[in-house]
Design a protein around this ligand. Structure first.
Ligand SMILES: Cc1cc2nc3c(=O)[nH]c(=O)nc-3n(C[C@H](O)[C@H](O)[C@H](O)COP(=O)(O)OP(=O)(O)OC[C@H]3O[C@@H](n4cnc5c(N)ncnc54)[C@H](O)[C@@H]3O)c2cc1C
Length: 394
């Protein structure tokens, strides 16, 4: 690992930290503890400030009007942006830009005008529909949704499940089987589907332990889309989905670490002020060991996540490193927040503090974006199929 924070990165981190602490956290005192959205005028005011800071659309390449930050910088900033109550799933409520559907970078100019740029301007919302009722861990085999040609159009039939935000979206990326190339990944194509296309319905919103936003079940009944709805090449939809999903697991892991760092800091401060049995919590060895375990685990997880980011930026293979970082970051964050709750006693489980929300929402992160078990499968494949390299040779 040859990682060092540059002066520019340090300044960016400090600016984002200040923004979260002065603009976002005070605002949350007035919000419902489970809120994930702000009113349009309040959000617009925050966006004006992030634009002034030169940090709006951080992830987006410069040629598309974004900041074009590299993965290490995005990772460092993702750790900061999540450090508030709604920050795990709604970092700064979208003030630094909405999730941009990076798959659309490969879109045609017409598709970019119609879908990508409105997303980047915060005018449209989207969904990403890969998972199906038959299973999400192995979508290449589980996808049963079919798209068949009819003249130059395509007709889509099937079901999707656990699709976040589809009930409020303007359009979505829908992965459907188009090929006769067997049941695997080469027969899957990505379509851009407008949410109001006849035949597409949101069957239900699925209530989960995540606050504010819920995933949905979608039904496609003879949904007709034109040839121009194909994103990228026919049969290449699966590669497009997995390539971006892999890289996005780095800032995803960083977001988990961000909330855990905040929870840990709260635990350290509380332990220094609360007294039990005649002395401060922090003076009891049982509490000290919990805090030390959290410190060690957080440092280790952050180092692994930044290592994966650094490899992604340097053009070296990073799939195994991302999988390891995703497992360690999501599992560490869950344990650290759990300890922080324990140290806060009864207050830890109240909605007066953000800890209980992070505890619930972090549970999903061991399942979403590639579960712990599927990430272990990736690591074991690389280890056991002769691609194992010792630490020193990496
Ligand atoms: C809140 C939420 C939001 C979501 N949002 C979206 C979205 O916007 N778009 C989208 O496309 N999907 C979304 N998903 C779906 C998510 O990606 C899947 O839930 C996830 O990939 C797991 O798939 P599954 O639930 O079908 O579990 P399954 O694939 O049925 O797996 C069941 C269990 O078996 C384990 N397992 C799988 N393979 C192995 C193996 N080889 N060895 C051992 N154990 C294994 C899994 O880890 C899991 O614990 C969302 C899910 C949730 C909960």
């Amino acid at each position: 690992m040859g990682f060092a924070v540059t002066e520019t990165q340090r300044t960016l981190v400090e600016n984002v930290r200040r923004f979260v602490r002065t603009e976002i956290i005070p605002l949350e005192h007035e919000l419902d503890p489970d809120e994930s959205e702000l009113s349009a005028p309040v959000l617009a005011g925050l966006v004006a400030k992030t634009k002034q800071m030169g940090l709006y659309n951080l992830d987006v390449p410069e040629e598309l009007g974004g900041v074009g930050a590299d993965t290490v910088t995005r990772t460092l900033l993702a750790m900061e942006m999540s450090q508030h109550r709604a920050g795990l799933y709604s970092p700064c409520y979208g003030a630094f830009g909405q999730p941009d559907m990076a798959q659309l970078y490969e879109a045609t100019d017409e598709q970019k005008e119609r879908y990508l740029f409105p997303i980047l301007r915060g005018e449209k919302r989207s969904f990403f529909a890969l998972t199906e009722p038959a299973g999400g861990s192995d979508p290449a085999r589980a996808i049963e949704t079919r798209a068949k040609r009819d003249g130059s159009d395509w007709i889509i039939n099937g079901n999707k499940t656990f699709i976040s935000g589809a009930d409020t979206a303007d359009f979505g990326l829908v992965f459907a089987r188009t090929g006769d190339q067997g049941s695997g990944r080469d027969g899957i194509t990505c379509f851009i589907v407008d949410a109001d296309t006849p035949g597409l319905t949101v069957r239900r919103v699925i209530h989960t332990l995540r606050s504010g936003h819920y995933p949905t079940e979608l039904v496609f009944e003879d949904v007709r889309v034109p040839a121009e709805a194909v994103l990228g090449e026919i049969g290449q939809g699966f590669s497009m989905a997995t390539e971006r999903l892999t890289k996005n697991r780095i800032p995803y892991s960083a977001g988990c670490l961000g909330v855990a760092m905040m929870a840990h800091r709260m635990a350290v401060e509380y332990a220094g002020t609360r007294s039990v049995f005649g002395s401060k919590l922090a003076e009891h060895e049982g509490i000290q060991w919990m805090l030390v375990d959290s410190e060690i685990e957080l440092r280790s997880a952050a180092a692994l996540t930044l290592d994966a980011a650094e490899r992604a930026d340097s053009g070296r293979p990073f799939r195994t490193e991302v999988a390891i970082a995703k497992i360690v970051a999501t599992e560490t964050a869950g344990r650290v927040v759990d300890r922080a709750i324990q140290i806060h006693g009864g207050y830890g489980v109240t909605k007066d503090l953000p800890l209980e929300r992070w505890y619930r929402e972090l549970r999903i992160r061991r399942i979403g974006e590639g579960s712990t078990e599927t990430q272990k499968m990736i690591v074991s494949r690389d280890m056991l199929k002769g691609r194992y390299t010792s630490w020193i040779d990496r």
